[in-house]
Design a protein around this ligand. Structure first.
Ligand SMILES: *[C@@H]1O[C@H](CO)[C@@H](O)[C@H](O)[C@H]1NC(C)=O
Ligand SMILES: *[C@@H]1O[C@H](CO)[C@@H](O)[C@H](O)[C@H]1NC(C)=O
Ligand SMILES: *[C@@H]1O[C@H](CO)[C@@H](O)[C@H](O)[C@H]1NC(C)=O
Ligand SMILES: *[C@@H]1O[C@H](CO)[C@@H](O)[C@H](O)[C@H]1NC(C)=O
Ligand SMILES: *[C@@H]1O[C@H](CO)[C@@H](O)[C@H](O)[C@H]1NC(C)=O
Length: 284
């Protein structure tokens, strides 16, 4: 085949002046194809919009339509360094613990008494703060209860700006993740946190003190109705202060929630209701 023949064959395929075909089709053929796809995509878009519309009609802005029925809250600690729960520092090196103190300062700022007093309500302790809707009449927005920073006493960072880190008596703050509608505790007994060392470290953990006393999450902070319904909600906290923890050694600690209706470490979620971390304070 000559080079010229090949070339003109290609040219003719793209535009054939005799049959007036472009890429093997006439203008009206191309027009029909285009029309078909335009109609087809408009139809798809319409179907999608209709489905979304119907879905959105069934959603309630204020509460999730779908929620894990076995929701067990996870627990988290503060301060956290990166993604690991390892608190390691040296009392003689300010930089190593100042970061933790700063992280706690930042975390606790929204709990300042002044802010809590401004945003939230002084609730009756030891009972659920129920604000149910009556039928279709929504009881929104819902108020939230004050959790004053001063409840954390020696771990509030007010009298001791360094949360005990510099003297080897650090504070750890624990919170329970939010679960909408959860009513923890039973028979008026509030859920509480207990911390203990992992088996081989039992002798190293020393004495601890909890704030508020007994490490309880007061019932008045439950139930939580969701971000939109309860805009000013402050999660209750529990602080643990280690008073005589062994230094210069790793101490592995686990804190758990004790509430009859929160199963710990169920098969579905090993981390439900508990949190583990390592604490190591170097002094030499
Ligand atoms: C919160 O309280 C701390 C300690 O009392 C203070 O240093 C900080 O400025 C306060 N922050 C706000 C936003 O009020
Ligand atoms: C929180 O602190 C403010 C000011 O210190 C106080 O008026 C208020 O009663 C406190 N609230 C609670 C629930 O203790
Ligand atoms: C939330 O806090 C703001 C002040 O920051 C207050 O004006 C508002 O009433 C509060 N809303 C509720 C529902 O408590
Ligand atoms: C602190 O712990 C050590 C052992 O780690 C123990 O010998 C000492 O008596 C404890 N001190 C107090 C005040 O409990
Ligand atoms: C929870 O606390 C009760 C006492 O209030 C105790 O009897 C029970 O053993 C604790 N449960 C767990 C799992 O620690």
């Amino acid at each position: 085949m000559s080079k010229d023949g090949e070339k003109s064959g290609w040219k003719e395929y793209i535009w054939n002046p005799r049959t007036r075909e472009f890429m093997g089709r006439t203008a009206s053929s191309w027009g029909l194809i285009l029309l078909f796809y335009v109609v087809f995509y408009i139809f798809l878009a319409g179907l999608f919009a209709l489905t979304m519309y119907v879905m959105l009609q069934t959603l309630d802005d204020y509460k999730p339509t779908w929620q894990d029925r076995l929701a067990t809250p996870g627990m988290v600690i503060r301060p956290k360094s990166d993604e690991t729960y390892e608190i390691v520092y040296d009392t003689r090196n300010t930089e190593t613990w100042d970061l933790y103190a700063q992280a706690l300062d930042k975390f606790l700022t929204p709990y300042n008494n002044s802010l809590q007093t401004e945003k939230n309500k002084e609730c009756t302790p030891d009972e659920y703060f129920l604000q149910e809707d009556t039928g279709d009449v929504k009881n929104n927005p819902k108020r939230s209860c004050q959790f004053n920073r001063t409840i954390l006493e020696a771990c509030s960072g007010i009298n001791d700006r360094y949360y005990g880190y510099q003297i080897g008596q650090p504070c750890i703050i624990i919170k329970l993740n939010r679960v909408i509608g959860m009513l923890p505790g039973k028979d008026g007994q509030a859920p509480f946190v207990t911390c203990a060392a992992k088996r081989e470290d039992t002798d190293k953990i020393g004495e601890m003190v909890y704030f508020p006393p007994n490490g309880i999450f007061n019932l008045m902070y439950y139930p939580y109705y969701g971000k939109k319904a309860q805009v000013n909600y402050s999660q209750p906290l529990v602080a643990v202060k280690f008073l005589n923890i062994t230094t210069n050694e790793d101490v592995n600690i686990e804190c758990r929630i004790n509430a009859t209706n929160i199963p710990i470490g169920s098969e579905r979620d090993k981390f439900a209701g508990r949190v583990s971390f390592k604490l190591r304070i170097n002094t030499k």
